[in-house]
Design a protein around this ligand. Sequence first.
Ligand SMILES: Cc1ncc(COP(=O)(O)O)c(C=O)c1O
Length: 367
Amino acid sequence: MCKTSFSLSGCEGQAKACPTPREAVRRMAPYSPPSAGREGKLRLDFNENTVGCSPAVIEFLRERLTADRLSIYPEYVEAVEELAGFFGISKREFTLTNGTDEAIQLLVNTYIDDGGDVIVLKPSYAMYRFYADLAGAAVREIEFRRETLAFPLEEILTAISPSTRAILVANPNNPTGTGIDAEDVRRILEAAPGAVVLIDEAYFEFSGVTVLPCIRAYPNLFVSRTFSKVYGMAAMRCGCLFSSSENVQWLKKAQSPYSVNSLAALAARAAIRDQDYITQYVAEALEARALLCDGFDRLGIRYYPSRANFVLFQAADRSIEIRDTLRERGVLVRDRSYEVPGCVRVTAGTRQQAQLFLTELEKLWNR
Ligand SMILES: Cc1ncc(COP(=O)(O)O)c(C=O)c1O
């Protein structure tokens, strides 16, 4: 009979010290987002789709989920075919990734050597710095403009040098919500011909700004998209990394052949077919965002104009209190004061959810 449990007795006392991790790992700052106990609450803290994915995705998974399918290593032929058609590119111009996170890691693994010059923005999505640090890169941070949190385009252009190996940019940016137009992205691409430039378009559906059509014109351009945000599939971990077919060949060489699981690949196919669901959700979230801004105006709270499905607002010295009190009332928001003093970020979901948030905020703001 197969033995299923083991005892550790008899293994005592050989090795006395744990192995030493690489220096880059010892040096890097830990990153642990507060992602436990969120189910059942009003989740306005992670910029997800606050009503979940399209019912068509669940239906498709139910139909296709069989024991046989789960026993087979993932096959991506159909997903790649359908996604290429949807994005209007060739099958050789992208690779499926285990979320944007894998896209960032893959790009860094493929192009960045130890000590390589990498430019990121501050504040921005933490995983750029995370993977660059992990690779042992020399990371330089360019700050968003202090008063407005506007995108520091001129500062990036000045910072680029012939030795710059990568520039990692979210457009629109998280947590500021600010961004740049395609024309400005092209200025970065032209200023950094020797670097790989990642434009992370996780919130593209809300901003409408994309440089995906430019991947053939700019050999240094890489674009990522995700199914974690508007598509409501963060748990699936699925995204895409786009570039010229020559670049994608190298990315694929450096990528695990099975990094995206079969259910995620199936879900992505169903998700892109239901564009009505996406269009309606985007319209709703944009209205909710306007409602949030009106509410902030009414309460005299300063906020930063956003191109995404979230708004960063100024709570001065009350950011932690606001986050904690709202949490007690079942509403989750994200404190960002550790990187933008006094700031809290709230996701724009539906108008009803925005109203609920504002009602709770108003009660505690004026006390
Ligand atoms: C700019 C940006 N990129 C990517 C992601 C998420 O990526 P993933 O596709 O790994 O869920 C986030 C999530 O907060 C984000 O803000």
